[in-house]
Design a protein around this ligand. Structure first.
Ligand SMILES: NC(=O)c1ccc[n+]([C@@H]2O[C@H](COP(=O)([O-])OP(=O)(O)OC[C@H]3O[C@@H](n4cnc5c(N)ncnc54)[C@H](O)[C@@H]3O)[C@@H](O)[C@H]2O)c1
Length: 317
């Protein structure tokens, strides 16, 4: 029996921050990309951004031929024309449920019957915008982290009616383009990544807002502390090494302390405007838009160097 040919054409719907990054992920892995956006200026900005980023990625060994990768990305005149040939459709439109519902209905009508329809939504479960679709078994959330061309995690989460084969195909496709897929087995608010991020951020907002630590020292605590191990081990693998008897031993030794903390979590009020103002003041004067752009480029260069380093290292000893 012939193996099914690899998926090779992706329609990327929306050319904003996330859409342009997905276009790069797939194009540098050899896919043909059809990029669609209702705003022609966004498409032009995306192309300039992608061209500059590919040149830089080539310097870090993250793309082998920047020009060939750029040429694999075509702009489509409409969403319908972007998806007609596509094996994979990745939607990246603004985070509004009505818009997702409308676009998924259109995608389901026009995409090839064997195409998978994925949404990059940060927080809207697929069951909220795919329920009434004839092709709902081929729909799922594939939630990235910004910027996905430099941060490989992608959370896969289906609705109750998403076929197991759709999730399995998504795992294969994202792994084949160099991402790190993880499966969220049941829908839940925030999926997994933003629940973890939310727990840490709520506590950080409390500690800085109540003046226990400066914003800068809090950042150092993660940047030069927890984050160093987390960039290659993760918290579960970390605690396994922090007590001689593994996780059960760790919980026996430190469980009482963590139980006390868990009984007194940061409350929702840490997100109120007055605490946000305190944290903002602790961070100092907001950057100008030029300074933000320069810092974003610096962040991306650091991420490229880190991605190149991680590619060289074994995943385990
Ligand atoms: N930015 C992040 O950090 C991040 C991270 C993970 C997931 N996401 C998710 O990815 C999705 C996209 O976010 P983003 O940050 O790229 O947004 P964005 O605002 O940068 O991009 C959205 C794009 O959609 C286009 N658009 C809007 N309506 C359209 C329509 N009807 N037809 C065609 N194009 C249309 C806009 O012109 C724009 O280019 C959202 O669901 C968001 O929750 C964002």
């Amino acid at each position: 029996m012939n193996a099914k040919p690899m998926d090779k054409t992706i329609a990327v719907i929306g050319a904003g921050l996330i859409g342009r990054a997905w276009a790069m992920v797939f194009a540098r892995a050899g896919w043909n990309v059809r990029l669609a956006d209702s705003d022609a200026d966004q498409l032009a900005h995306a192309r300039a951004f992608i061209a500059a980023s590919f040149d830089e990625q080539q310097r870090y060994g993250l793309v082998t031929d920047a020009r060939a990768a750029l040429e694999r990305i075509e702009h489509a005149a409409s969403i319908e024309s972007a998806i007609e040939e596509a094996d994979w459709v990745q939607e990246n439109l603004p985070e509004k449920v009505d818009l997702k519902r409308e676009i998924f209905a259109l995608l389901d009508r026009h995409a090839r019957p064997d195409a998978v329809l994925a949404s990059s939504t940060s927080a809207i479960p697929a069951s909220r915008f795919t329920e009434g679709l004839a092709g709902r078994a081929r729909c799922l959330v594939a939630h990235p982290v910004n910027p996905p061309h430099l941060v490989p995690i992608v959370e896969l989460c289906g609705a109750p009616w998403t076929a197991a084969a759709t999730i399995e195909r998504a795992e294969r496709v994202f792994a084949s383009v160099g991402q790190t897929p993880v499966v969220v087995r049941r829908e839940l608010d925030g999926f997994v990544l933003n629940r973890l991020q939310g727990a840490l951020l709520s506590e950080a907002m409390r500690l800085v807002g109540e003046g226990y630590v400066s914003a800068d020292d809090l950042d150092k605590t993660v940047r030069d502390g927890l984050g160093l191990r987390w960039s290659f081990l993760g918290p579960m693998a970390t605690i396994e090494l922090n007590a001689p008897g593994g996780v059960a031993d760790y919980c026996a030794r430190y469980g009482d302390f963590y139980r006390r903390l868990a009984a007194d979590p940061a409350g929702p009020d840490v997100w109120d405007a007055d605490n946000a103002a305190k944290v903002g003041a602790a961070l100092g004067t907001p950057r100008s838009s030029e300074a933000r752009e320069a810092r974003t480029r610096w962040r991306d260069r650091r991420l490229m160097a880190l991605a190149a380093h991680k590619r060289e290292q074994p995943d385990s000893e």
